[in-house]
Design a protein around this ligand. Structure first.
Ligand code: KDO
Length: 336
């Protein structure tokens, strides 16, 4: 275990202790094993699907015979976006949750749903694994009854269109039906980019692109490759509008029911999974543009400064920004 991992593990446990989480008897059991049901919308080929196998293997090694980890991909167990409520009710032990999921209950978290705030994956890890992370996760544990254990880099989101189209500035996206995940924070982002946002679950995007119900979607490129969104698309626009995260979260009720040594092992396994995802995804993103070019797609580098300016102005004026704690944006910017 690296010292950073040890520190973060300690912090996660310290956070749980600070919030007065008790340690009771095991929660959901099967043949004397604690069952960990995991639900995610990730497709099998994506890094943030494969990372759950790393989680499972890590736990089998550190706590042999104690846990039964059940991984459900493609949103087959719970619909995308319904996982936090399922965890709060105790019907699900683990899921990756997004900043947009959190913002529904903890509005100030919407600062992390805004375009062009987090600069890159390194900035993201430093923000969430440092004092800001400690602070912003507290209301998540208190209000949502889920405990974030690790931050995974979902990737930098880019726009992809089904037509061959020159997009250099937000105005070029006018009237483009851009699929966004279904929540108000996501739709706001689509609008800020200059498009007409259309809500749809991840699992429905491929067909919607194929049939023309939507004109495009935006996702990190490794996810777009894993879900084969390039097949019905012609253009990639490298807007890099959101350096996206997902948080590997555990139902607080279920987490409290684990023994302290088990909690520690679960946190370590979650952090190993996130590390695996992050390393692979960062490497992938460095090379992936060539893959899309090889598929015959047009890859455009737009005027990112113009996108950044337009998007940031929209957020500054939004109702969302009014919920952001004073000084937080400056503190996020100051993290190096
Ligand atoms: C998506 O629906 O576009 C999104 O990228 C949103 C993320 O928060 C996350 O739910 C992700 O889908 C899924 O894990 C599928 O990759």
């Amino acid at each position: 275990m690296t010292s950073t991992l040890r520190r973060t593990t300690f912090k996660a446990l310290a956070l749980a202790a600070a919030l007065g989480l008790g340690f009771a008897a095991p929660y959901a059991m099967a043949q004397n094993k604690t069952v960990i049901r995991i639900s995610t919308a990730a497709v099998p080929e994506d890094w943030h699907a494969k990372m759950w196998t790393v989680f499972k293997d890590s736990l089998e090694k550190s706590a042999p015979g104690e846990f039964e980890v059940q991984i459900h991909l493609n949103a087959t167990l719970f619909k995308q976006g319904t996982e936090p409520a399922a965890m709060a009710r105790g019907n699900l032990e683990m899921a990756p949750i997004s900043a947009q999921d959190i913002s529904k209950i903890v509005p100030e978290f919407s600062i992390f749903t805004a375009g062009y705030i987090i600069r890159d994956p390194d900035h993201q890890q430093k923000v969430f694994n440092g004092p800001i992370g400690q602070e912003v996760f507290k209301p998540v544990v208190q209000k949502m009854e889920v405990t974030p254990l690790a931050t995974a880099y979902l990737g930098t989101r880019q726009v992809m269109l089904r037509e061959d189209k020159n997009v250099m500035v937000p105005a070029d996206l006018k009237g483009v039906k851009l699929r966004m995940p279904a929540s108000k924070e996501w739709l706001f982002l689509g609008e800020a980019l200059g498009a007409t946002p259309t809500p749809l679950a991840f699992g429905e995007v491929y067909l919607a692109l194929k049939t023309g119900t939507i004109d495009g979607q935006e996702n990190p490129l490794p996810s777009a490759r894993a879900a084969k969104f390039y097949e019905p698309s012609k253009t990639v626009v490298l807007t890099s509008h959101l350096v996206d995260a997902i948080f590997l979260a555990y139902s607080t009720k279920a987490f409290n029911a684990l023994k302290p040594e088990q909690q520690k092992k679960v946190v370590e396994a979650a952090q190993a999974a996130a590390k695996y995802n992050n390393e692979n995804r960062i490497k992938d993103e460095k090379e992936i543009v060539d893959f899309f070019k090889a598929q015959g797609m047009k890859v455009i580098t737009p005027n990112v400064a113009e996108f950044r300016k337009t998007v940031q102005e929209k957020y500054q004026k939004s109702e969302m920004a009014a919920t952001w704690p004073k000084g937080l944006l400056e503190r996020i910017n100051a993290v190096r």
